[in-house]
Every structure is written in structure tokens, then in C-alpha cells.
Design a protein around this ligand. Structure first.
Ligand SMILES: NC(=O)c1ccc[n+]([C@@H]2O[C@H](COP(=O)([O-])OP(=O)(O)OC[C@H]3O[C@@H](n4cnc5c(N)ncnc54)[C@H](O)[C@@H]3O)[C@@H](O)[C@H]2O)c1
Length: 363
């Protein structure tokens, strides 16, 4: 398939106008490479609310109604509940639209293959958007390590604490589909939010050849079973090992404009270390990245470390790609499958008592 960039502003539609629209919209606002022509959501309240951003856009209760309307659409921002991703993306591709899909791509490899097949059949592109790859402190971390600022990489760890207090409102309707995901064995910490951490691992150090996992459960009643404490370790094809611990602190308050979640990435080299101290939340009042080498600590105080900016930059990257065809998609659908395989390998390993699993061999 040869992609031909658009020589005019891209005509885009938002499908799904819930909580995360608030951040995804930032790539579109003030962006002269795109024209938002339609807004789709079964909720009348959401349509009315989001229409304020795009008074000229038409609104619809379903993608089928938009497709039948005759309005020309080039690309769709798919912000659907996770259980609807696979069927939803296949439908959007079948209408002949490029799709920028939220993570996680889908729950299993059969659904991933359906998405890849639909993209091929329609000659349209699916991108699995990964805003973390556009978070400035993480970009700085990657650049510092690649420039040899901490010497040869010895290993790294990622830390994630699900904290219970602080952050913005999440509508109850979102919890309903999250519960559906939990029942399907795709937990909110490892598979949903955790998708980002697995993504950053592949982005930083390349393909993963072995995963060992120990996935726990903490039950809060009424089917609210969170997938922590959890520990996952892995080895990249280049020999670098990573480890990620997920813990819960339900009574911990963390200041956040978005979700409340304490996150860190720390890479150790043979002559120093580099650490990203936070991402989604703003709990820790220190620079978002520190780099230690030869007895000196360098801290960065002027990065755009607002998590929302990563959505803005990821969205702009996608629109720019549609306009020019330049650069990697971050991620393409097949790279999204690599992240999915990483997660599935963790589930398989944990079920087998923590044995090593090669993500490429997961079926
Ligand atoms: N990148 C990130 O860090 C991040 C953060 C949060 C959520 N997300 C992802 O964003 C997606 C949406 O999450 P959310 O928090 O906005 O959920 P949400 O529940 O707040 O919003 C989902 C919206 O989709 C609408 N919807 C349901 N069925 C639809 C259909 N058939 N067609 C069109 N719209 C439909 C709902 O009415 C609702 O308004 C999920 O895939 C989630 O994993 C990503």
C-alpha cells in the first residue's frame, strides 16, 4: 500500500467524545493542517458539550450515521471504550477512513489480526497512538542515554503506583467498561495504563525476547479486582534487562490535573543514571528528569512536562504524517501488536508460575 499525503487540510472526525477527548483535542485545536468536520457519540450530552469546540462540525449518534450523511471524512480520532476497539476500528476502516486509535489496541491477537486485515483491505492506515513517546522528559531520557551520558546501559526499572486520591473526575460509565475489561482478564494497571509502560520499554531498547511475570490481585469488592501487586521483568534482544513494579496505594493523595498515578523510569548506566520522576501526575515537586554522572546531578527545570502536552504533540504528529507522510507513525498497527504481544507474554508467564515467555511465540 502506498500512502499519498493530503495536499490540503485533513478532514477529521472524533468518534467517542468522553473523558480523554479533553486531551486528544489539543492536537487539533489551532492546527491548520486539519479541519474537524464531524463529532460522533451516542451521548447527546457529550455531543452538545464538544460542539462548543467545533461549532461548524456536524454531530451524529453513530459512525454509521456519519458514513451515511455524505460528509467527506479522511481520518478519524477513535476514542472508544476499549471493549469496542476491535469492532469499532474495523467498521471505521470499512468506511474508508484512516484511524488514530487509542490504546490498548485490542485484547487479543485474533482481534489484532482482524484490524490488520481490515486496514489492508481498505488500504487505510491504523495508528495506535502512544502519547508517552511524546512526553518531553521521556524524550530527554532517551536522548541522554543514546548520547552515552550515563555510559553503557546496565539495566532499568519502571515504577508505577496506583494512587487513590486526587486527579480529575472520571465518569461512572468509564468504570463500567473497565469492569468488563477486568472480567476479560485485561486489568486496568497492567493492560490499560500499563500499555504505555510496555510501549516505552520497546521504544527505549527495542524488541523484547523474554518476559517473566508475577501478576497479583487486590480486590475492592463488586468485581473491582485490581491487578497489583505485580512484578514483570524482561530482556530485550540487545541484552538489556528491565523490571517494572506495580503497587497500589489507595489512600495516597497525589496532586494531578488528570489521573492520579505515581510513575518513574530509571535507567542505570555503567557511569551514571537518568531518572524521569513523574509523568501523568504532578505529585513530586522536583524536576521531571535528573541525570547523574561523575558525581554531578543535572536537573531539567524548563521542559514541557505537562502530561497533556504529550497528547497535543502526538496528535499533531499524526496530522503532520497525513499531510506529509514523513516520519514513523509512533506506533503503526504492527508495532501496536508488538506491545500487545509483550502484555500477553506477561499473562502467559504469570499463569505458568513466572517462567520465561518469548512474546514472538505467544499464540
Ligand atoms: N492515552 C492515554 O493515556 C489514555 C487515557 C485515558 C483513556 N485512554 C483511552 O481512551 C479511550 C476512551 O477512554 P475515555 O476515558 O475517554 O472513556 P469514556 O468512557 O470517558 O468515553 C468513551 C466515549 O465513547 C462513547 N461511545 C460509546 N460507544 C460509542 C460508539 N459506538 N460510537 C461512538 N462513541 C461511543 C461514550 O458515549 C463515551 O462518551 C479508551 O481506549 C482508553 O483506553 C487513553
Amino acid at each position: 500500500m502506498t500512502f499519498i499525503p493530503y495536499d490540503r487540510p485533513v478532514r477529521a472526525a472524533f468518534v467517542g467524545l468522553g473523558r480523554i477527548y479533553d486531551l486528544n483535542v489539543r492536537g487539533y485545536l489551532g492546527n491548520h493542517d486539519v479541519e474537524v468536520v464531524a463529532l460522533v457519540d451516542p451521548s447527546e450530552e457529550r455531543r452538545a458539550q464538544r460542539q462548543a469546540d467545533w461549532p461548524g462540525a456536524a454531530t451524529f449518534g453513530s459512525a454509521a450515521e456519519l458514513a451515511a450523511s455524505g460528509i467527506e471524512v479522511d481520518a478519524v480520532e477513535a476514542l472508544l471504550p476499549i471493549p469496542l476497539h476491535a469492532d469499532g476500528v474495523v467498521e471505521l476502516l470499512d468506511y474508508g477512513w484512516h484511524v488514530n486509535l487509542q490504546k490498548p489496541m485490542c485484547n487479543d491477537l485474533a482481534d489484532a489480526q482482524r484490524i490488520l486485515d481490515a486496514a489492508k483491505a481498505s488500504s487505510k492506515t491504523v495508528r495506535v497512538m502512544e502519547n508517552y513517546l511524546f512526553y518531553q522528559p521521556l524524550g530527554k531520557l532517551k536522548a541522554a542515554v543514546e548520547a552515552g551520558e550515563i555510559g553503557k546501559v546496565a539495566g532499568y526499572h519502571i515504577k508505577m503506583v496506583g494512587t487513590g486520591l486526587g486527579g480529575w473526575e472520571v465518569p461512572w460509565s468509564s468504570f463500567e467498561w473497565q469492569l468488563q475489561q477486568i472480567r476479560a482478564g485485561r486489568g486496568i494497571l497492567l493492560f490499560d495504563d500499563g500499555w504505555h509502560k510496555l510501549s516505552t520499554a520497546i521504544w527505549l531498547f527495542g524488541p523484547v525476547r523474554e518476559v517473566r511475570a508475577w501478576i497479583g490481585t487486590t480486590s475492592f469488592g463488586d468485581g473491582i479486582d485490581l491487578d497489583a501487586p505485580t512484578t514483570i521483568s524482561w530482556e530485550h534482544a540487545n541484552g538489556v534487562r528491565g523490571v517494572w513494579d506495580i503497587t497500589l496505594a489507595p489512600d495516597m493523595y497525589l496532586r494531578s490535573d488528570y489521573y492520579t498515578n505515581d510513575e518513574r523510569w530509571e535507567i542505570t548506566g555503567n557511569s551514571g543514571f537518568a531518572r524521569v520522576n513523574r509523568c501523568t501526575a504532578r505529585g513530586i515537586q522536583q524536576p521531571s528528569i535528573d541525570i547523574y554522572s561523575a558525581g554531578e546531578m543535572r536537573s531539567f527545570h524548563a521542559l514541557d512536562d505537562d502530561w497533556a502536552s504529550s497528547f497535543r504533540d502526538s496528535g499533531r504528529h499524526w496530522i503532520r504524517w497525513l499531510r506529509t507522510g514523513e516520519g514513523p507513525l509512533l506506533w503503526s498497527a504492527s508495532e501496536g501488536v508488538d506491545v500487545l504481544r509483550f502484555a500477553l507474554a506477561a499473562y502467559e508467564s504469570s499463569a505458568a508460575g513466572g517462567t520465561g515467555v518469548d512474546p514472538a511465540k505467544v499464540v
